[in-house]
Write a protein that binds this ligand. Structure first.
Ligand SMILES: [Zn+2]
Length: 224
């Protein structure tokens, strides 16, 4: 009897390697049929399958579509966003279409997204500063900037907060992760166990949120 995916997922046999491609299998109880997708920049093919699909069925499906996969992996790998009309970019956790929901052109788009990010950060600070019982008036300046390796920074002595413009792709819930983190630095200017204990008290699921942020694919997409 052929092994079905549910069983071999438990046996740790996902992802599979088929014809040189890494194939990630996603099992969906409500999937009606198999659905192939290519994620070129990661060199990954994903296939969504209904429960009960066999390994052979997946292999056959992938092998049948090899020319299509090869074309997609090549074509999307070369694609770079130009911030042109029709491209889809992430803003506050949603995909927006340039020229329809958002302005065209990198400078205009980034300014637009940063304005929305600023508004979300302001709103979150308005909630979390009183919640953390940080004295009103402590905060003197909030700055958005391009930061290469960090999501934010806090100078407790000066009352300043900096946030990375990269946060603009994420939902408010995930932006809150960084806002709360930086506000916790008001009390602890380090990442000591006391800092993490405070973070946990403020946001018990912060680690799950961080994992979710790391797992999200927020790269822009070419016009549909
Ligand atoms: Zn920190």
């Amino acid at each position: 009897m052929p092994l079905c995916v549910d069983a071999w997922r438990a046996a740790g046999r996902i992802p599979m390697k088929i014809a040189g491609y890494e194939v990630k299998v996603i099992i969906r109880a409500n999937a009606r049929r198999m659905l192939l997708r290519c994620r070129a920049t990661e060199g990954l093919v994903t296939i969504t399958v209904p429960r009960g699909t066999t390994e052979k069925q997946i292999r056959d499906m992938v092998l049948r579509h090899l020319p299509w996969i090869a074309e997609n992996m090549g074509a999307t790998a070369q694609w770079q966003p130009a911030f042109a009309a029709g491209e889809r970019h992430w803003c506050l956790g949603r995909l927006v279409t340039l020229g329809k929901d958002a302005p065209v052109g990198e400078a205009a788009y980034m300014a637009w997204r940063n304005r929305q990010l600023s508004a979300v950060i302001r709103r979150l600070l308005g909630v979390w500063i009183p919640r953390l019982q940080i004295p009103a008036g402590w905060l003197r300046r909030v700055t958005l900037r391009q930061m290469s390796s960090r999501w934010g920074s806090c100078c407790a002595a000066k009352g300043t907060l900096n946030f990375s413009t990269k946060l603009g792709v994420y939902s408010e819930e995930l932006i809150a992760l960084t806002v709360v983190h930086e506000l916790c630095h008001y009390f602890h200017q380090n990442h000591s166990s006391a800092f993490w204990a405070l973070m946990k008290r403020c946001m018990p699921d912060w680690e799950a949120k961080k994992k979710r942020r790391e797992s999200l694919d927020v790269r822009p997409l070419p016009p549909a």
